[in-house]
Every structure is written in structure tokens, then in C-alpha cells.
Design a protein around this ligand. Structure first.
Ligand SMILES: C[S@@+](CC[C@H](N)C(=O)[O-])C[C@H]1O[C@@H](n2cnc3c(N)ncnc32)[C@H](O)[C@@H]1O
Length: 275
């Protein structure tokens, strides 16, 4: 079995510059509009509440758009990712925007050693992040270690039921093809493209991914002594997860065009570390 981490990192390193150039990540708007924030963070704001002054960390921050958005909302942010090419884009964007955000290169499982244990009031993560991690229990341990007493986690993520579906079908049926529960063995995907508009051609197309059931995620966090403070399932997701089968809602979100109530598309979970 090839090294999952190396395969995935090569894939992200290759995609980062294309993502930074894509209109979908809107880097030019970050540069020209000092108040601009990403659609993803804007969607989260009602649940996120006031983050001004919080010491925040964004795990798996990619090219930094959500990290910088949280900084623009007043949080004192750091970002962490294992892809140097992603972080190069994130640092360039932060410098261009005058955002005081520091970015760290590390595997998410090494985050407490790199960012500091017990240092954060807010941990933010999501939208295509958990699926790259083999163990949700190890991730929950990282979250627990990073949070200061009284600190909180907000994760918005593609719903594990959506991840389990087969790609778009001409008959519009939603068919479960992939794992729902976490398994040791990764799911192997070979995808030529990416989730944003780009004409880039990629060499690294194989990835290894893992699904984590919603119950597994909740249980992992409860198992670390965190208190669940919110769990909302949404009927939209911020990328075209089922190509050709979804409609754009105009706020960066997509919804299955036909009978979207058949499946939860994404979720927001919040948890708190007891003070
Ligand atoms: C889809 S992005 C998620 C970020 C955010 N939703 C966005 O679109 O900007 C996934 C990120 O996870 C990072 N990643 C994947 N596995 C990782 C790991 N084991 N440790 C740290 N970062 C990882 C990748 O490098 C990539 O930047």
C-alpha cells in the first residue's frame, strides 16, 4: 500500500496554486475588499457568534481564505496544514491583505506540539478536512489537547452520508457506494480534476480518504470529555458534490436539485472543553 500521507500531500501541493488562481476562492476580492470574508465563514457566522479577541486555530487551513476571514472577524488566528504549497499561497495572501496570521506546516496529528497545548479559545475546521484523516479518535484527542479550558470547537463538514454516495447518476438516484463508517483501509480515488473552476491539468490524481460516521465523531469528542453544544445538519454544501445534480444557491452553497430532503448535505458541530 503506498504511503497515504505522501500521496495526499502531493495532490494538495499540486492543486494549491490552481486553487489560488481560481475565481471560486476569490483571492482578488480578499486583496481588494478589506471586509471580504469567504462564503464558508459567512455561512458559519450565525453559529460562530462573536469571535473578536479569541485565540483561534484553523486546522487544515489550505490556502488560508477561511483563516484570514476569521482574523477579519477579529479572532487572533493561526493556521496549520501539511501542504507547503498551500501555506505558500496562504502566507502570500495574508501578507497582501495585511492580515496578522501565522501559518504552520505540520500534520494535524502533530498540531499540539507545534501550536502549543491548551492555547486556544476557538478551533475551527472543516469542509473537506476530516476525510483526509484515518482516525477521528486521534483527531478528537488533538482537539482536546489544543483547546484551553472553556475553549470551543466549530467544525462544518460535508455530511458522512453525502461522502458515502456514488457520483452523479443520470437517473438522479442517490446510491450508497462508499464507506459510511471509519475503516482502517482507506478508500482510494482517482480524480483528474478538483472542486473549483480551473483549466489546470494535474499529474497527481490518486488520493486516499476515510469517512467517519456522525456518531463516531460525536462519540470521539464526548470520549475526550468535551461537551456537545450544537449539531445542525444542513441541506446544502459549499461545493458541487454531485456534479450536474445540484443547483447553486447564490451564497456559495449547492443543493441537490431534485428532492434535496433525501439526504443531509453537511453539518455544523460545536463542542466545548469544560472550564
Ligand atoms: C479541502 S482543504 C480544507 C480547507 C478549507 N475547507 C478550504 O477549502 O480552504 C483540505 C486541506 O487539508 C490538508 N490536509 C490533508 N491531510 C492533512 C494532514 N494529515 N495534516 C494537515 N493537513 C492536511 C490539505 O493539505 C488541504 O490543504
Amino acid at each position: 500500500m503506498p504511503d497515504s500521507r505522501a500521496l495526499n500531500r502531493a495532490q494538495w501541493d499540486e492543486r494549491a496554486p490552481a486553487h489560488a488562481r481560481s475565481p471560486d476562492y476569490a483571492l482578488e476580492r480578499f486583496r481588494s475588499e478589506p471586509d471580504f470574508i469567504s462564503d464558508v465563514v459567512r455561512f458559519d457566522v450565525p453559529l460562530l457568534g462573536d469571535v473578536a479577541g479569541l485565540r483561534g486555530a484553523h486546522l487544515q487551513c489550505h490556502i488560508g481564505t477561511d483563516t484570514i476571514s476569521l482574523a477579519r472577524l477579529g479572532a487572533r488566528m493561526v493556521g496549520l496544514d501539511f501542504s507547503p504549497a498551500s501555506l505558500a499561497e496562504a502566507r502570500r495572501l495574508a501578507a497582501d491583505c495585511g492580515a496578522e496570521v501565522e501559518f504552520f506546516e505540520a500534520d494535524v496529528y502533530d498540531a499540539p506540539g507545534v501550536l502549543g497545548a491548551g492555547c486556544f479559545d476557538l478551533l475551527y475546521t472543516g469542509v473537506g478536512a476530516l476525510c483526509w484523516l484515518p482516525s477521528v479518535e486521534r483527531w478528537a484527542a488533538v482537539v482536546d489537547e489544543l483547546l484551553a479550558p472553556g475553549g470551543r470547537l466549530l467544525i462544518r463538514e460535508g455530511h458522512p452520508m453525502l461522502w458515502a454516495l456514488q457520483d452523479s447518476r443520470p437517473d438522479g438516484l442517490l446510491v450508497v457506494e462508499h464507506d459510511y463508517f471509519e475503516r482502517e483501509q482507506p478508500m482510494v480515488f482517482d480524480e483528474a480534476g478538483t472542486y473549483v473552476e480551473t483549466d489546470a491539468v494535474f499529474e497527481h490524481t490518486i488520493t486516499h480518504a476515510w469517512n467517519h460516521g456522525l456518531g463516531e465523531l460525536v462519540t470521539a469528542l464526548l470520549g475526550r470529555g468535551l461537551r456537545l453544544t450544537g449539531l445542525v445538519e444542513h441541506d446544502s454544501v459549499p461545493w458541487e458534490a454531485l456534479e450536474g445534480q445540484m443547483e447553486r444557491l447564490g451564497n456559495g452553497e449547492y443543493r441537490i436539485a431534485e428532492r434535496p430532503w433525501r439526504v443531509a448535505h453537511s453539518f455544523t458541530l460545536q463542542a466545548e472543553k469544560p472550564a
